[in-house]
Write a protein that binds this ligand. Structure first.
Ligand code: NAD
Length: 517
């Protein structure tokens, strides 16, 4: 039986009455079903399928995309930049393994495939995501950003100690001219141990002026490179939480007023986010702090600008959201998860400050909530597995992050199932492809509009862009949408959204015709 798959299709068009392509766009009409659940007076539940009709319109031409990174000179910032440039310039390098070629492994937009369908003789056909809808090519992305450290990107790449010497040597001429713009610095929101590197900061402490400078930076960047669209991604250090205060950051209007009076609880990250939103640029928060205070979310909603958050889901938390999904999904009861991490990069150094660690700790501990909550036969209401995360700074490890996790699970007749897992990877090698994807997919969703039967005009997607939850530890969702942490559910959302935009129903893995021939 032939089960081989076709995986290198360049272009893929859908035909049929519900989809039409013009030179500029693809329009698709889709009947979707959702299941509405009601609790009846006797406590039982009733599920009722409901039909929804959506029309989607997606522009086919990718924008000329600019990507601005806050924390450009950090390990993530310099690694993603080096990777994009090495791929663009096709730079090979010599390592102890021989000659190595550049690639963008780890990126769904470049190497992810989805199951398109089945051939008449029963062969699954998989195609790359980018063959269904055109995406911006990484080589065409123009990079810029801010950093409170004045190192150029070649120096930053050296400081990060991630890439091989021969590769760094070949990249240096390209990266040396890339210099981060001065960043917004506020001692209150960053660990004291970062003070020595803060030599490239915006001179004024007036927060309204800081926002204005960031806005000007974005405008200049756009103009200089004739860009259609800019995405801003925070990959700077985790900040402490800012206090959420009535009258200060609870509404968009109050937040803008608080910025005018330089209120001390408006964090640098919120200032970058506000500046981006006011410039119409989506803002992605790659760290766990509460950048998106209610007023900031309201501003994004009012201005119809995408926000994506919070905290990149790259390593151990990603594994957890797979492993616990497998265990609980198989009807086993996870009792405890204990993880020891150690690494020695600058971000970990700054997280040794207790105030900065709080948001990270909270983000790490929440990654399995929906999975446990999905199984009321194993867990009582409010019952959670013991979950401990220990993190230690070990300078000699640099960006190489090791973690050892022990999972204790009860299976049949309470028998223990003990599992120990060891992970080791360069932290930034895990994160760089996520940053690339977040920019590329955000640009795609910016080209999408939709309407339902009761709407006259097509409108953009909702500004809180939960479609990218796959990349986030604590996915930010619009009111009324649950948080989904389970990685495969998050991936299925991406896959099915891509399918929907070209008029294909969601993947059901049923193979009905062979099961019920
Ligand atoms: P890093 O310390 O190497 O880089 C952060 C950079 O941000 C530094 O160069 C610093 O000078 C700069 N910076 C700090 N505050 C700034 C400000 N207000 N404005 C402009 N620049 C500022 O850290 P990293 O390893 O690149 O990680 C970056 C962020 O990504 C961290 O917040 C981390 O928690 C988050 N993150 C990383 C991973 C991962 O690497 N796998 C996973 C999840 C989240």
């Amino acid at each position: 039986h032939d089960v081989s798959t076709v995986t290198r299709q360049k272009n893929c068009k859908v035909s049929g009455p519900h989809v039409s392509y013009t030179e500029n766009e693809v329009q698709a009409t889709l009947q979707l079903q959702r299941t509405l659940v009601h609790t009846l007076p006797d406590g039982s539940v009733e599920a009722r399928p409901e039909q929804l009709v959506y029309e989607f319109c997606t522009k086919l031409k990718p924008s000329k995309l600019g990507l601005m990174l806050v924390g450009w000179g950090g390990n993530n910032g310099s690694t993603v930049t080096a990777g994009i440039v090495a791929n663009r310039e096709d730079i090979s390098w010599e390592s102890c393994r021989g000659m190595e070629r550049p690639n963008l492994f780890g990126s769904l937009s470049q190497h992810g495939t989805l199951r398109l369908g089945i051939t008449a003789d029963g062969t699954d056909v998989f195609v790359p995501f980018k063959s269904l809808l055109p995406l911006v090519e990484p080589k065409d992305i123009v990079l810029s950003g801010w950093d409170i450290s004045g190192y150029n990107l070649a120096e930053a790449m050296d400081r990060a100690q991630i890439l091989e010497p021969d590769l760094k040597k070949k990249l240096r001429p390209y990266l040396a001219d890339m210099k981060p713009l001065p960043g917004i610095f506020d001692e209150q929101f960053i660990a004291k141990n970062q003070l020595p590197r803060a030599d490239n900061v915006i001179k004024t402490s007036d927060k309204a002026q800081q926002v204005e400078i960031i806005r000007q930076d974005i405008r200049k960047f756009k103009q200089q490179h004739q860009l259609d669209f800019v995405v801003v991604v925070w990959t700077a250090n985790s900040e402490r939480y800012s206090m959420e205060l009535a009258g200060v950051n609870d509404t968009a209007e109050n937040l803008l007023k608080a910025i005018s009076s330089s209120h001390k609880e408006v964090s640098p990250s919120t200032l970058y986010a506000v500046a981006s939103i006011l410039e119409g640029c989506p803002y992605v928060n790659g760290s766990p702090q509460n950048t998106f205070v209610p007023g900031c979310i309201q501003l994004a909603e009012e201005k119809q600008v995408f926000i994506v958050g919070d905290d990149f889901k790259s390593g151990q938390t990603k594994m957890k959201s797979v492993l616990v999904d497998y265990l609980v999904g198989s009807g086993m009861k996870v009792e405890s998860m204990v993880t020891y991490n150690h690494l020695g990069n600058n971000d970990m150094f700054q997280l040794t400050d207790g105030e900065m660690w709080k948001p990270k700790s909270a983000a790490k501990s929440r990654v399995i909530e929906d999975i446990v909550g999905s199984n009321g036969t194993l867990y009582k209401e409010d019952e959670m597995p013991d979950h401990v995360v220990v993190v230690r700074y070990v300078p000699s490890y640099g960006d190489s992050k090791s973690d050892v996790s022990e999972y204790v699970t009860r299976t049949f007749m309470n028998c223990p199932y003990r599992m120990v897992m060891y992970n080791n990877c360069l932290d930034s090698a895990l994160c760089a492809p996520l940053i690339l994807d977040l920019a590329i997919f955000t640009e795609l969703f910016h080209r999408v509009s939709y309407r339902t039967l009761d709407m006259k005009d097509f409108v953009p997607m909702y500004p809180v862009l939960s479609a990218l939850s796959f990349y986030m530890k604590i996915p930010r969702t619009p009111l009324g949408e649950p948080h989904v942490n389970a990685l495969q559910r998050q991936r299925a959302c991406m896959e099915n959204l891509f399918r929907a935009l070209v008029g294909l129903n969601g993947e059901d893995n049923l193979f009905l015709q062979t099961k019920f021939p």
